[in-house]
Design a protein around this ligand. Structure first.
Ligand code: DGJ
Length: 745
């Protein structure tokens, strides 16, 4: 142990370690104090190792916290040299500006994206953060305290590395100890830096019914801003990125990735600076932001998760998705596979009735469905989207005896029951709005812009928060509801909070989301059996923040199977299959009129967490028989599909006429692969599929779930055969699909 390094860690942690058994204590010492020789009391170097990754940063001669290394894991013996600031570039870019700081205050001539920007009570806006101290709460965590060079603003940076994946969780707590309030104008969770190189940025964009478009572009000088100003996560961009170095591709090369755990307005800036370094800064969106901190108050940022893989973009998504299942989801690390659901929305829209729902429930149960979900239309005066939101009592015309008869019927059919709600919204045509017109986001005296005939309740208000929690608690207490589909069908406008003094009103951007999370947490604690889906007109609220409180998400209102192939390709880059609900709906499809077979539709959805969302009253007997058979086959391999390692063998993006995915169980005992051809031409065969991720020495048997391999394909062969020789499929025509399983002998 290098005694000089003890100063880096406070005495409290030494005394904790005394209580540890000797072996654990020695392990702790090795990890916690194995600082390189170069680490000195005035310029400590900090290092976190996990999985295949090392992250290191240190204090430079000026006292700034500077990133030193983020990449493949380096030997524990390697000393990371201490930090030295970058030099000034001519007279235009100061050393402060050029130095890759871990959390830069806006001051001292900073032109890069700041992590923190404040205005003090006297108008001073200069903030320069210097290192003060550090603690090491446990072997995988660090807490670093920074303080402004003269003012009493402190920032505690939180670091935690996951020992398995090497994924780092970073966030910041900003505290004002000045005698007067301070206005926070910009607060990031973290900044990450990469050295000069040729990089490709991947990010996801979209719109309603068109989410999850993967964009790929070379990182060039300047900023690429990924953001939502909408008060919520948004369909238009998702708070996730992946960056590949050089010619990194799906399975090869160095990649860095990150995702922000926040369901309010957010921003991630990827910038290449004037000395070709790349900096990624993410946190609250500074647009219209302003969070006043009174003396003694603190602001906590969301968590920005980030990691590294040397197995390309596929490796990056596998790492992140396993991490999400293990460490983010409320039921992690071993959430049960999602029940196969039936949802009534596309069958009935608002025209729900007791008899109609029961008829659908009977048909669903006959297919082997696990959960029946009644969607919009069951409450208040909800006959169209013009009325009823906010009035969460059962509509007596549609359900004269309440929900109990329907729920009992669903249970008697062997399914559990789920219900749609949209708690944060109100129709002006509702009892709630007539009683509490002041409860919505609004600027007094200004128009209240409606979207889908609804307004947004100001969930930041305590009375609104209590009302929303109260009606949901009552609903769950009085009915046997196993699942809530929690919808959110518009974004913000006129985001005023006129209960508060003007200088505090913009806190709505933080408090709304915090109250949403607290309602979800409290509901889950009180009703532990209840599962929740995050839906926002499709995939408008999918992020690692909401996924901490919800079990699944609805990726898109677009259920067209061909469109879903590309959406699922994009979605799974950032989020696990476990949470990706995928319904099979009617053909021709309502959105674009495309006609596809039920087999094709089923196989597309079986790549996710399966559901059926069509009007079963209209399905042919043949289609119902096929669906039942495939649901049974899905149940047998669902855990592999939803919690295994996903390989995108052929991506459907860029107009590819073919696509294929493969998922391998973590113990490599099973693999399931799917293949799709949307229009083969000139008798061209399906590309040979060389599988990935199998145990090369094990023997695997091949079983068709649907479709055929070409004659002569062995019924059993080694993992190395399937990975090197591969499989040729007999797949021709329009919208054709096949699926197979490999089981280790
Ligand atoms: C939008 C959702 O995405 C749909 O699935 C459905 O629940 C409707 N809202 C109901 O209004």
């Amino acid at each position: 142990m290098n005694p000089r390094n003890l100063k880096t860690f406070p005495k409290t942690h030494l005394s904790i370690s005394v209580a540890l058994p000797l072996v654990a204590f020695l392990a702790f010492c090795t990890q916690a104090f194995a600082q390189p020789e170069s680490s000195s009391p005035s310029q400590p170097v900090f290092r976190l190792d996990g999985g295949d990754t090392t992250y290191a940063f240190g204090v430079n001669e000026r006292g700034e916290l500077q990133q030193l290394y983020w990449g493949g894991r380096i030997s524990a013996q390697d000393a990371v040299p201490p930090a030295h600031p970058e030099k000034e570039l001519a007279s235009f870019d100061s050393s402060y500006n050029n130095t890759p700081q871990e959390y830069a205050g806006w001051g001292a001539g900073l032109f890069q994206e700041p992590a923190l920007k404040v205005t003090f009570a006297d108008g001073n806006r200069d903030l320069v953060l210097h290192y003060v101290s550090s603690t090491k709460p446990d072997v995988n965590s660090l807490e670093i305290t920074l303080k402004d060079i003269s003012r009493a603003i402190t920032v505690t940076l939180h670091y935690k590395i996951d020992p398995e994946s090497g994924i780092l969780a970073r966030s910041a707590t900003i505290e004002n100890s000045e005698p007067k309030p301070v206005m926070i104008e910009q607060a990031a969770a973290a900044s990450f830096s990469l050295p000069p190189a040729h990089y490709t940025l991947n990010y996801l964009t979209g719109r309603w019914a068109g989410e999850w478009t993967l964009n790929r572009e070379t990182i060039q000088a300047g900023e690429r801003v990924l953001e939502s100003r909408r008060g919520t996560t948004g369909h238009q961009a998702n708070p996730w990125f992946a960056i590949g170095k050089g010619d990194a591709d799906e399975e090869h090369g160095e990649t860095w990735f990150g995702a922000l755990a926040w369901s309010g307005s957010w921003r991630i800036v990827v910038e290449q600076d004037q000395i070709d370094k790349v900096r990624i800064t993410g946190g609250f969106n500074p647009f219209d932001f302003g969070y006043q901190l009174k003396t003694g108050e603190k602001l906590e940022t969301p968590v920005f998760y980030a990691g590294y893989s040397h197995h390309g973009f596929g490796g990056a998504s596998r790492l992140l998705n396993h991490f999400t299942v293990s460490h983010i989801l409320p039921e992690g690390p071993n959430p049960k596979p999602r029940p196969v659901i039936y949802n009534s929305w596309e069958a009935t829209e608002f025209a729900v009735t007791e008899a109609g729902q029961e008829a659908l429930a009977e048909k669903a149960a006959a297919l082997g469905i696990d959960r029946f979900v009644m969607d919009d239309g069951w409450f208040g005066q909800r006959k169209t989207d013009h009325a009823g939101l906010g009035d969460w009592y059962v509509n007596k015309e549609k359900f004269p005896n309440g929900l109990k008869p329907l729920i009992d019927k669903v249970h008697s059919l062997g399914m559990d029951f789920g219900l749609w709600v949209e708690p944060e919204m109100v129709n002006p045509n509702s009892d709630l709005y007539r009683q509490h017109p002041d409860w919505v986001l609004n600027f007094p005296g200004r128009p209240r812009t409606e979207q889908r005939n609804q307004l947004v309740l100001n969930l930041a208000r305590q009375d609104v928060r209590d009302y929303v929690y109260g009606f949901l608690d009552k609903l769950l207490s009085e009915n046997q509801i196993a699942f809530l589909k929690w919808d959110y069908n518009r974004n913000w406008s006129e985001p005023g909070w006129d209960q508060l003094p003007p200088e505090e009103q913009k806190k709505v951007y933080v408090q709304f989301t915090r109250n949403l999370y607290s309602i979800l947490a409290e509901l889950r604690a009180k009703h532990p059996g209840v599962e929740i889906e995050s839906c926002s007109g499709g995939g408008g609220r999918v992020d690692l923040g909401i996924l901490h409180y919800t079990d699944e998400v609805w990726p898109s209102d677009n259920t067209d199977p061909l469109d879903r192939l590309t959406q699922q390709d994009g979605f799974t880059r950032a989020y696990p299959v476990q949470v990706m609900m995928a319904w099979v709906t009617d053909s021709p499809h309502w959105l674009n009129g495309r006609t596809t077979s039920v087999t094709y539709r089923m196989l597309v959805s079986m790549q996710g967490s399966l559901g059926i969302g069509g009007n079963l009253n209209k399905w042919s007997d043949a289609d119902l028989t096929t669906t039942k058979r495939l649901i049974a086959a899905y149940h047998q391999v669902q855990k592999t599909i939803t919690q295994g390692d996903l390989y995108r063998l052929i991506s459907p993006t860029n107009g590819s006429e073919f696509s294929a995915t493969e998922t391998v169980s973590p113990d490599k005992s099973q693999a399931v692969f799917f293949a799709f051809a949307h229009s083969t031409q000139e008798e061209r065969g399906f590309p040979r599929l060389q599988l990935l991720g199998l145990d090369p020495t094990a023997e695997y048997s091949l079983t068709s779930i649907e479709g055929k391999a070409i004659p002569g394909t062995p019924a059993q062969a080694s993992g190395s055969w399937w990975m090197n020789h591969g499989v040729d499929l007999d797949l021709h025509g329009d919208f054709q699909a096949a699926a197979f399983r490999l089981d280790r002998k």
